[in-house]
Design a protein around this ligand. Structure first.
Ligand SMILES: [Zn+2]
Length: 463
């Protein structure tokens, strides 16, 4: 056997050892996926085989109480901070900060103003401060520099980038030489069509089926990349959706003059900033104006909503009853589906599934709060959670090895078996290699020694 062959055998041994060792050392990985506006019960409206595949092999939570207001930005920031909106500061999709004297709107560049985001510290920042790498595909806020940090890898928000391209990026990041341990993936559907059609429209069935196909695509790509069994994936959403109607519109113009206030955030929970000195006048005009509308002065907002203690929450909050819309005038755009309502309403609640080596299989859990997702993520990523409004004890029964008498370790049911087989195989190969190598060395050195002896003895004989 040539030395090249020995090098080859040694390389194989090293590979087996290193792959075994790196498998054991594999950092826990997590993918957090949000299908915007995916109401908890959409999976029962039409066949959704891919969602049901994940449910059957993982954890399904029936009711997730998200945070008020049940809009996109506040809830996406709650998922990654564990805080109520009043505490993380992204209190709405449309905001006015009286301290900064600046507005925040999804339709403008000012969402990139870091100051709006820095009342909290999202988990990707903490993850990276603890030496890990994060990757984000379009998740709200991940293309904003927060506390001086971007995710290790991220994409500037562009809704025209396909789901497939977002998945490809994430898989690249998870499988690179310096892999991420935490990925975030955002997709705009079924929210976008839910607003246009309304959730009760039969055409929503096809939209939900398309989202199910997207999930199927993701699962198959993760399997191809050999990530599916190693990755802990949480599939959730920011809010649900409820049907609106032109029959259920409240017109503010009927009750109060526009000159008296600025409408900062829009239906179904309207944030009103009265003009200087007009607070009581606007409040009195609205407070008993319509039976399907509740009007609060900021300090009167019920504590259970956790939506009071922030300077970006406006002096008057006007809240529509489920299915009602608040416009200034009926000529304003009416969406046939909407969200933002009281977070006590089941229609506002999102889907929640989890799958992966850390999660139990075929488990249905009754309820969690969306704030509990953050301590769960921190646990899965082994990072220290910052102070938050969630509770790990509310989610730990989803995890393997977290219940009394549960013999399974937290990570990787298959890991110990695979690990010991790998170690055994690697050790055997190394021992065999060393024996063969020593034997070869011994034999190959013998003729040389004889030659040397003869060379040494030659003169003596000659002499
Ligand atoms: Zn949303």
């Amino acid at each position: 056997m040539s030395l090249n062959c020995y090098s080859g055998v040694l390389a194989v041994c090293v590979m087996i050892f290193s792959s075994t060792f790196s498998f054991q050392q594999d950092q826990p990985t997590v993918l957090l996926l949000s299908f915007d506006g995916f109401r908890w019960d959409y999976i029962y409206k039409v066949p959704t085989p891919n969602f049901h595949y994940v449910m059957k092999n993982g954890v399904h939570v029936k009711q997730v109480t998200n945070v008020f207001i049940t809009k996109t930005y506040p809830n996406h920031y709650t998922m990654v901070t564990g805080l109520y909106a009043e505490s993380h500061g992204i209190v709405a999709n449309e905001m006015y900060d009286p301290v900064l004297n600046k507005t925040f709107s999804l339709n403008s560049k000012n969402i990139y103003n870091s100051k709006f985001w820095e009342e909290a510290c999202p988990i990707w920042v903490t993850n990276q401060m603890e030496g890990h790498k994060s990757g984000a595909a379009m998740w709200p806020g991940t293309d904003v520099k927060i506390h001086g940090v971007f995710p290790t890898h991220y994409m500037f928000y562009n809704e025209s980038v396909s789901f497939e391209d977002r998945v490809a990026k994430l898989i690249d990041w998870f499988t690179s030489d310096e892999p991420i341990n935490f990925g975030l993936l955002y997709w705009e559907q079924p929210d976008a069509m839910g607003h246009i059609l309304g959730p009760e429209d039969p055409r929503m069935g096809a939209i939900i089926s398309e989202v199910d196909d997207k999930l199927g695509y993701l699962v198959s790509e993760l399997k191809k990349a050999q990530l599916w069994d190693r990755l802990n994936i949480i599939i959730t959403s920011d809010h649900g959706m409820t049907q609106s109607s032109s029959e259920r519109v409240i017109e503010l113009d009927q009750y109060v003059a526009r000159e008296l206030y600025t409408m900062v955030d829009h239906s179904p929970v309207v944030a009103i900033l009265p003009k200087e000195g007009k607070l009581d006048e606007v409040y009195e005009a609205l407070v008993n104006a319509h039976p399907n509308m509740t009007v609060y002065k900021k300090e009167e907002i019920p504590n259970r909503l956790h939506y009071k203690h922030n300077s970006k929450i406006q002096p008057i909050l006007v809240m529509a009853e489920k299915g009602w819309e608040i416009l200034q005038n009926k000529s304003d755009q009416l969406l046939l589906g909407n969200h933002g309502y009281d977070n006590i309403l089941p229609e506002m609640h999102p889907l929640f599934l989890a799958h992966g080596p850390a999660f139990r299989k075929n488990i249905t859990k009754e309820a969690v709060s969306l704030t509990d997702l953050y301590p769960l993520l921190c646990h899965l990523l082994s990072v220290n959670p910052l102070p938050n409004n969630g509770s790990f004890s509310n989610v730990e029964d989803m995890l393997i090895g977290e219940l009394p008498g549960d013999a399974h370790p937290i990570c990787c049911e298959q890991a110990p078996y695979a690990y010991f087989v790998g170690v055994l195989l690697g050790s055997t190969l190394v021992v065999v290699f060393l024996l063969v190598f020593i034997k070869h060395l011994t034999y190959s050195q013998l003729p040389n020694m004889q030659v040397q002896h003869s060379e040494i003895s030659q003169p003596l004989l000659q002499g």
